[in-house]
Design a protein around this ligand. Structure first.
Ligand code: ATP
Length: 268
């Protein structure tokens, strides 16, 4: 059996801390774009209070996985469970209402609305995340609350796109490549926010192309290749196995500067 197969075989549960309940579970999910079969039986799970990252090369199916979980791309086969419900084929708004926040790739904010207006467009759900707390977490958004979305820097727009679903007080947050196109210092800030969300009890599913960054923050990791899970296990163990990182997600690691392998740190 190859090392790769072993890593999958020995970790059917992704090394999950089984004492914590799953808040999200995909079982053998298949999805298509037209006739193109994109996801070939993806299974993954996020337990309460975990940060779980989904890695993989360009076109591996990471965004499609998030979209399928969120009800935005049809699940042709397989099941998706969230927060105690079978949400397979539920529309996205119903999944969101259950307590699932989704930050899509590419910062979808309203450029012609102010920061404050962007934040209050969705009807806030009661919970620990209030406007004041969100401004506490993102001080620059507080300072710029009267500015139009299009006047913000890329980093501020990313913060705004994360802050908005936070006000819905979700229990699970799905983030699609929040580091994309951001300067390293801003990326660190975004990751601190992701940690703060986890510390508040949120469970996070984080799609990333920046492998060292994601493995440095996540508890567990899945690697996708060609719409299949090729690694499921501890983020720290994957980070420590440079050979495996290169094999599974090498192209992405290189594209983000493989010299930063030294900074691949196990999750705290
Ligand atoms: P990236 O990091 O580049 O965003 P990804 O891992 O998120 O990649 P997906 O965006 O899920 O990958 O794409 C998976 C496959 O589906 C790719 O082959 C892509 O070309 C294809 N694909 C994505 N969106 C569509 C679409 N709307 N119509 C047809 N094919 C698509």
């Amino acid at each position: 059996m190859s090392a790769l197969a072993t890593s999958i075989e020995s970790r059917r549960d992704g090394g999950a801390a089984c004492d914590r309940p799953a808040v999200l579970e995909a079982r053998d999910v298949h999805a298509f774009y037209g006739k193109s079969h994109i996801l070939h039986g993806v299974s993954l799970r996020v337990n309460e209070g975990e940060i779980v990252t989904v890695l993989g090369r360009n076109g591996a199916g990471k965004t499609t996985t998030l979209r399928a979980l969120m009800g935005l791309t049809a699940v042709r086969d397989g099941r998706v469970h969230m927060l105690g419900h079978d949400v397979t084929r539920w529309p996205a708004f119903r999944i969101a209402r259950l307590g699932v926040g989704y930050v899509p790739e590419g910062r979808k904010i309203f450029g012609n609305l102010t920061v404050l207006e962007n934040l209050v467009v969705p009807q806030a759900r009661p919970g620990p995340w209030t406007l004041d707390r969100v401004f506490g977490l993102f001080p620059r958004l507080g300072e710029r609350r009267g500015q139009l979305g299009r006047q913000l820097s890329g980093g501020e727009q990313e913060m705004l796109s994360i802050a908005r679903p936070l006000l819905l007080n979700p229990r699970v947050m799905l983030l699609d490549e929040p580091s994309q196109g951001l300067a390293p210092l801003i990326v660190q800030e975004v990751m601190q926010v992701v940690r703060a969300m986890r510390d508040e009890g949120l469970s996070v599913l984080l799609v990333e192309q920046n492998v060292p960054l994601a493995l440095g923050i996540a508890d567990r990791a899945y690697v996708l290749d060609d719409g299949k899970v090729v690694y499921a296990g501890s983020a720290g163990e994957l980070a420590a196995n440079r050979e495996l990182v290169d094999k599974l997600a090498g192209a992405t690691a290189e594209s983000k500067g493989s010299s930063s392998h030294a900074s691949v740190a196990p999750a705290s």
